[in-house]
Design a protein around this ligand. Structure first.
Ligand code: FEC
Length: 311
């Protein structure tokens, strides 16, 4: 008899329809309703990327690909374990707590948790894990958390291949005029510094690994998608960084790799593909943004490899 272990895949979540946007934004802001202006601004950004974000269906596809690849990997090892998938979202239903309750109803007593974000911060992956743990403790379920997987060779290989494929479309004489911008979602600076959070170091390690493994010559690190809290966030912001790099080095080509995210969604389709592109146009440089990992087998297997190290 195989033992059924829960696979709790957690992700940010996105509105399923325009009418969900207000409640979703209110949840992101810890229950504080956005002003009419803020709400309209967010609605306009969704409108700009085609009405809604592809995040909901991509999360579902990524989670299903992960669960089946994981089951194949454990079958190959003649294991007595079978993983059953549960999806728990941070800001919209099915919430993390709903998924844990479903596990309990199904008689699950042990589960692996994975967040669809590759770097660890106490304020991102750590906060998902905390919510899962609280709910799991109430339901008598023991959890093993995947903290991060940005360092997994297959994750780095995915991005290395994408960078090299992009470079291959740029003439070799221009490679010295090309810069790679490696970025993740910004977070409030004070929170990160006070808690000695590993998040900035993990982004830095990612940038170093990509520089070492790929054919890129110049690499810069930046932060993106910061919120309006009136307090400083981690910088440099990718748009300011673009202007500065163009001014100081005269780069002609900018390749953006938002490695802190794992698929195309609002923060990539708007903040990179629109906002960074506008700055590239302004400074007379070309904009490139390779495809995000989505369900690429290298990406899915990077998470499987991390799980196999832990469980
Ligand atoms: O495609 C979509 O519909 C959703 C895309 C989306 C992802 C995402 C990932 C992260 N966020 C992180 C932190 C913050 C902090 C605040 C914040 C605000 C927003 C807003 C939207 C939004 N985030 Fe998000 N985030 C996505 C979407 N995020 C929409 C609200 C409007 C705005 O500010 O643009 C600020 C909260 C506050 O105001 O108090 C902090 C982090 C990640 C990456 C890790 C993860 O995926 O969990 C960190 C995707």
């Amino acid at each position: 008899m195989k033992k059924t272990v829960g696979l709790l895949v957690m992700a940010y979540g996105t509105p399923y329809s325009e009418s969900d946007i207000e409640a979703y934004y209110t949840d992101i802001r810890h229950g504080k309703r956005p002003s009419e202006e803020e709400l309209q601004d967010l609605k306009d950004r969704y409108e700009f990327i085609g009405g809604l974000s592809p995040l909901a269906s991509t999360t579902q596809n990524q989670a299903e690909a992960l669960c089946s690849t994981l089951n194949d990997a454990y079958n190959d090892a003649y294991s007595d374990v079978e993983f059953k998938l549960y999806i728990g979202l941070k800001h919209i239903h099915p919430f993390i707590e709903d998924a844990v309750e479903d596990m309990n109803k199904d008689g699950i007593t042990e589960a692996i948790t994975v967040v669809l974000a590759p770097h660890f911060s106490n304020f991102s992956v750590g906060s998902y894990n905390k919510r899962a743990k609280l709910a799991a403790d109430d339901n008598g379920i023991s959890l093993t958390h995947v903290s991060h997987y940005y360092h997994q060779p297959k994750f780095i290989q995915y991005w290395t291949e994408k960078i090299n494929e992009t470079l291959a479309t740029i003439s070799p004489e221009e490679h010295d005029d090309t810069v790679l911008v490696v970025s993740a979602h910004s977070l409030p600076k004070g929170m990160i510094e006070q808690s000695n959070d590993p998040y900035p170091d993990e982004l830095h390690d990612t940038a170093e690994l990509l520089k070492e493994k790929s054919n890129i010559i110049h690499v810069a690190e930046g932060w993106q998608s910061e919120g309006n809290t009136g307090t400083p966030w981690l910088g440099p912001d990718v748009q300011d960084l673009t202007r500065k790099l163009a001014q100081e080095h005269g780069y002609k080509n900018f390749i953006y790799t938002p490695v802190g995210f794992v698929c195309e969604h609002l923060e990539v389709l708007y903040d990179n593909d629109y906002e960074c592109k506008v700055v590239c146009d302004e400074v007379g440089a070309k904009y490139y943004r390779p495809e995000m990992p989505n369900t690429d087998p290298l990406f899915i297997n990077a998470i499987v490899d991390e799980i196999r190290n832990l469980y």
